[in-house]
Design a protein around this ligand. Structure first.
Ligand code: ADP
Length: 356
């Protein structure tokens, strides 16, 4: 294993326990994303990997060798931060070359490596410019170039797209994916944005309050969430939830009774249990299906987004969002019947919130 994090904890000097028993093994070349709401410990974990923050307990290994005590340079990591921190008086070329110049690398070698890096990043035509004559996206590419040129084993990025506007973010996101494909560098990337995580990652680490909630591929997190938190965090609009007790094989969804017996073979075993019932907005259908559960509701509001429509519905006090083909956009203030296929129904333990 290339990188191993074993029972890593971070307790800040003020006593705050920011990261609890973090465990992860990373293979060479993997693109790992740490995702979770602000303050959940993503940056702290990344900074411990970078060597910018000491590890309170646990073991950090690179290539099987303990690296807890190694400084940032010895760890062979390069980090890109959310602010680009370019030198304003230096050209793009000099900004990218800076680390190599400091190391006293030969000019010919610098020239060759800057040109190669610039080519990967599409900056060849901008090498003579000063940072102020670049767009936000181009500046961020220079910052990435500066890290990339060091040819280190581990590439760390902390919210690198957060200073860009929405359009630049989408472009830069695909460029980062492309750079990763071309360089094959092991990358650990921090973001609070689940779309960034889903589109970039080989594997995602979902964190909350300093604890890892689940580690998995985007596919696993979307289809097999371990708990209510992950189910609600991954996916946009988020999964719909309804709390209820299982009675006679049925649960309540607002003023509707949902029969679980046809869709869950384990319905009898859940009798009397408090559960959280979940389904994704996009998993429903408006046409009757076999092995699906039926729900009647009231349409409160619709949002036509082009190819599909978000439908805000209620049943009694219960609210939910459905995503339908825009050609099927229902009338507002009218009743609607929809179906949830058996495989798209999630049940979580009402107490532990773990998947059942
Ligand atoms: P994230 O990157 O997920 O937004 P951070 O890792 O930056 O979260 O922070 C995790 C928690 O640790 C937060 O509650 C934050 O306030 C706290 N924290 C961060 N740095 C320090 C520090 N130097 N001293 C004490 N607490 C800190």
């Amino acid at each position: 294993m290339y990188i191993t994090l074993k029972d890593i904890n971070k307790i800040y000097p003020n006593g705050y326990h920011a990261v609890h028993n973090f465990n992860l093994e990373i293979e060479k070349g993997e693109f790992i994303v740490f995702v979770g709401p602000s303050g959940c410990g993503k940056s702290t974990t990344l900074r411990m990997i970078a060597g910018l923050e000491n590890i309170s307990s646990g073991e950090f290994l690179i290539n099987g060798v303990r690296a807890n005590e190694k400084g940032p340079r010895e760890r062979e990591v390069a980090m890109v931060f959310q602010s680009y921190a370019l030198y304003p008086q230096m050209t793009v070329f000099d900004n990218i070359a800076f680390g190599l110049t400091l190391q006293g690398v030969d000019e010919d070698v610098i020239e060759e490596r800057v040109q190669k890096t610039a080519k990967i990043l599409g900056l060849t035509d901008y090498l003579d410019r000063l940072p102020r004559a670049l767009s936000g996206g181009q500046r961020q590419r220079v910052a990435i170039g500066r890290a990339l040129i060091r040819k280190v084993g581990i590439f760390l990025m902390d919210e690198p797209l957060s200073n860009l506007d929405a359009k630049q973010r989408v472009t830069m996101r695909s460029e980062i994916a492309q750079i990763h494909r071309e360089t094959g560098s092991t990358t650990i990337y921090v973001t609070h944005d689940q779309t960034e995580a889903m589109t970039l990652a080989d594997r995602i680490v979902v964190m909350k309050d300093g604890y890892v909630q689940q580690v998995g591929t985007p596919y696993e997190l979307y289809f097999k969430p371990a708990n209510v938190f992950v189910a609600g965090f991954i996916g946009e609009p988020p999964m719909n939830f309804a709390r209820s007790k299982v009675e006679k094989g049925c649960i309540r969804f607002g003023d509707q009774t949902v029969d679980l017996t046809a869709v869950r073979p384990d319905a009898a075993a859940l009798e009397g249990k408090e559960v959280v019932f979940g389904f994704r907005p996009e998993a429903i259908t408006l046409r009757e299906q076999e092995k699906a559960t039926r729900i009647d509701c009231q349409v409160e509001l619709t949002e036509m987004l082009g190819d599909n429509t978000n439908v805000y519905i209620t049943s009694g006090e219960q609210q939910a969002i459905l995503k339908v083909d825009s050609h099927d956009t229902p009338e507002t203030d009218a009743p609607l019947r929809f179906y949830i296929p058996a495989e798209s129904i999630y049940l979580f333990d009402g107490e532990t919130e773990m998947v059942l």
